[in-house]
Design a protein around this ligand. Structure first.
Ligand code: AMP
Ligand code: MG
Length: 492
């Protein structure tokens, strides 16, 4: 590797620094802390292309230097963002304790994309933490965030994972790594909470205006920017949580610092996918009361939005009483918006194309039967879509068969063929989700034995989750003994 070689090459960085123009209380300038011996384990070439980046001529060591933070790209102004958040209901002061924003890559269509290194060392917000991340947890974020993207769900994405060549200690010694995360931005509900508690009203308004310009430019001329922002964030958050419900995604740690204002899925710590359908499904080891269980996710979204509303109150109206009334009115519309979007999504999953009132009991009856029989969520919808009912005892049950006849009558009653109906369902019902047991196996193989075969295979299959592939049947099956005992950890 010769440095002359490198200087002549430009990867295509076009970094902007709009966040750094906010008042200084919102961040601290910090460089990533170098690591000993970085090695790139995965680089997302498709995403590079989307961002106008090309590293094909770069020596691998140079790529590793870049995505470990040992060297920063031209034009970077690294900073750590300040924020707060309600964690399991309690307000906490947080901030990027192990992440550094390198800059915002301006893509060819003019949009800004945050480029953030996660696991890049301590910052002023690290509290007791070491600022580092384990290889296993960063690979997990890579695999699942990319799967979410290919499922068509708004999410932060993963550009690279670099092994640091250093150990991190989490009960036992593990390999360390740095993930490069991209996002529409890293502004969270918790960023607004932080502003409300620690910054002036003027500074709070600057955050609101910045957020509107960056994510909701349609609201720029609104009379009451904060109230309009609240409503717009609500729309996106509802859309997002309905998407999670569609594919059986359980975020696992819906703290307000993990709720992106842009409406992307962010923070892939203890997340998991539901196999057996149950509203109570929860995998996170620390979520003992099931606060963030599958079926609770819409309620928590509403709760988090009420925290956002609280943080925006002084901007909504100078009189607190009126501010509360306005915010409350907005929050009260949550239920209706959610119901409508959820119903539309479920109609899509079941090919109910006429939006009739009699659709709702058909949806509810199926879900109740799935819960009663412990049916696999993904495979039940996939079977309805393909007409292949082999394998699951649930499909033999007379209660299901009765439901099926009723459903078939409803979807075909206006002369539509079953085939047509099933085609319409295809975009709603994935065949392939990241099955927890396979994810664990892939991550263990990679992080403990440096064997990336399953990781790569899974990553590849999950890029086309809606296309059936009988040769990959194995990747569609839930674990043979169910999910009993499966736990995720606030992965660090
Ligand atoms: P998370 O559970 O990943 O949402 O993290 C919650 C907060 O803890 C965030 O502010 C993180 O930056 C911070 N944090 C998590 N792990 C570490 C670590 N190892 N060192 C420092 N800060 C951390
Ligand atoms: Mg977080």
């Amino acid at each position: 590797m010769s440095s002359v070689n490198i200087i002549n090459k430009t990867a295509g960085w076009n970094l902007q620094h709009t966040y750094g123009k906010l008042p200084s209380g919102f961040f601290s300038y910090r460089q990533p802390i170098p690591v000993k011996d970085p090695k790139t384990v995965i680089l997302n070439e498709d995403l590079c292309k989307e961002l106008g980046l090309d590293f094909s001529d770069f020596p691998s060591q140079e790529i590793a230097q870049l995505f470990s933070g040992n060297k920063t790209p031209e034009g970077s102004q690294p900073l750590a963002q300040a924020y707060a958040g309600h964690q399991f209901g309690n307000l906490t002061i947080l901030g990027d304790g192990r992440a550094i924003l390198i800059g915002e890559q301006k893509s060819s269509n003019g949009s800004l994309v945050d480029i953030q290194l996660k696991g890049s060392g301590r910052t002023p917000y690290s509290r007791g933490g070491d600022g580092r991340a384990t290889l296993k947890s960063m690979l997990r974020e890579y695999l699942i965030s990319e799967s979410m993207h290919h499922l068509g769900i708004p999410t932060t994405r993963s550009l690279a994972v670099v092994e640091s060549g250093e150990s991190v200690y989490r009960e036992k010694s593990q390999s360390g790594a740095i993930l490069t995360r991209t996002a529409q931005s890293h502004i969270r509900v918790g960023t607004f909470e932080y502003a409300r508690h620690f910054l002036s009203l003027e500074e709070q308004k600057e955050l609101t205006n910045y957020t509107i310009e960056r994510h909701y430019p349609i609201l720029i001329a609104e009379e009451n920017p904060a109230l309009s922002l609240l409503k717009a964030v609500m729309e996106r958050q509802v859309t997002l949580v309905v998407e999670w419900m569609r594919v059986g995604f359980i975020h696992g740690v819906m703290n307000t610092d993990n709720m992106s204002i842009a409406g992307e899925t962010i923070d892939y710590g203890p997340c998991a996918f539901m196999n057996t359908y149950s509203l109570k499904t929860v995998f996170s080891s620390i979520d003992v009361n099931g606060r963030y269980a599958y079926g609770n996710q819409p309620y928590i979204t509403h709760w988090n939005l009420s925290i956002l509303a609280g943080a925006l109150l002084p901007q909504i109206h100078t009189e607190q009483k009126q501010a509360i009334e306005l915010a409350q009115e907005a929050l009260n519309s949550f239920r209706g918006i959610y119901q409508e979007k959820w119903l539309a999504m479920m109609r899509g999953k079941l090919g109910l194309m006429e939006t009739e009132a009699s659709d709702k009991p058909i949806i509810e009856d199926l879900l109740a039967l799935m819960q009663q029989f412990g049916a696999d969520y993904t495979n039940t919808f996939a079977a309805l879509q393909t007409g292949d009912f082999s394998g699951e005892a649930f499909f033999e049950a007379s209660a299901f068969q009765e439901w099926y006849l009723h459903w078939m009558k409803q979807v075909t009653k206006n002369g539509r063929s079953l085939e047509e109906v099933q085609t319409s369902m295809a975009q709603y019902n994935p065949y392939f989700i990241p099955r927890n047991h396979l994810v664990e196996e892939a991550l263990d193989n990679a992080s403990l034995n440096n064997d990336y075969q399953l990781f790569k295979e899974l990553n590849k299959i999950l890029k086309t989750p809606y296309i059936p592939d009988p040769s990959k049947f194995h990747f569609q099956s839930p674990p043979p003994n169910g999910d009993t005992g499966y736990q995720t950890f606030c992965g660090t």
